[in-house]
Ligand binder design. Structure first.
Ligand SMILES: [Zn+2]
Length: 210
């Protein structure tokens, strides 16, 4: 997704629970995932090129880093790992066909975006789950806005260019991707709340419980 939405979703889901300084580090680490060096050869970070299993594994690894960091007196590495992980978890909804598979269940009359289930078991494990392939150099030229209509004529339908839900320009499915990714962000925090001891969780959020 474009950076603005990574910020918006992360703030919406985490602001009530984290100190501002923690939130800023988490968001900076999230956004850094879209640096050029994290784009080339890192399909797992963005669930690109059908790297579904690798993306899932990347999330598990970052969660492991969070837990390992909080078992020591450290904290910074936990916030950075959380930001990295959230970027990938959020990109899942923008770069795979999960939203399309979810909508397909409703025969053309889907519930509103707020009701999207971000982790429907049979869809997350569906053999039909795919993500956009990056075709060089067309999928890079796609990002030059005035060229986009022309480039799309040459890109196959299974490309990132055709499949992405990175911004509202992609149509009504974007709202479902945004809602699902925001809910997923909340889910990842809830999961950590369950996995960590109350003391570790308080250190992680850097905020006194109210
Ligand atoms: Zn990304």
């Amino acid at each position: 997704m474009i950076l603005k939405y990574h910020i918006q979703m992360t703030r919406a889901a985490l602001s009530p629970y984290f100190s501002e300084r923690a939130l800023e580090i988490i968001i900076a680490a999230n956004l850094k995932q879209d640096d050029l060096k994290n784009q080339i050869g890192h399909d797992e970070i963005h669930y690109d090129n059908n790297a579904i299993d690798k993306g899932d594994r990347y999330i598990i690894e970052q969660r492991g880093t969070i837990i390992a960091t909080l078992l020591s007196p450290g904290i910074l590495a936990a916030w950075i790992a959380f930001g990295r992980m959230l970027h990938t978890a959020q990109d899942f909804y923008a770069h795979t066909n999960y939203v399309s598979l979810w909508l397909d269940q409703f025969d053309g009359a889907p519930p509103p975006p707020a009701e999207v289930d971000p982790l429907k078991k049979d869809l997350v494990k569906s053999p039909n789950l795919r993500s956009g392939k990056i075709y060089f150099p067309l999928d890079w030229l796609y990002f030059i806005k005035p060229l986009r209509p022309l480039i799309l004529k040459f890109l196959p339908k299974d490309s990132h260019g055709w499949m992405n839900l990175d911004s509202p320009e992609q149509g009504p499915k974007f709202d479902y991707a945004l809602a699902a990714a925001t809910k997923r962000t909340e889910y990842e925090l809830d999961l950590l709340r369950k996995l960590l001891t109350p003391e570790m969780f308080a250190r992680f959020t850097d905020k006194q419980p109210v």
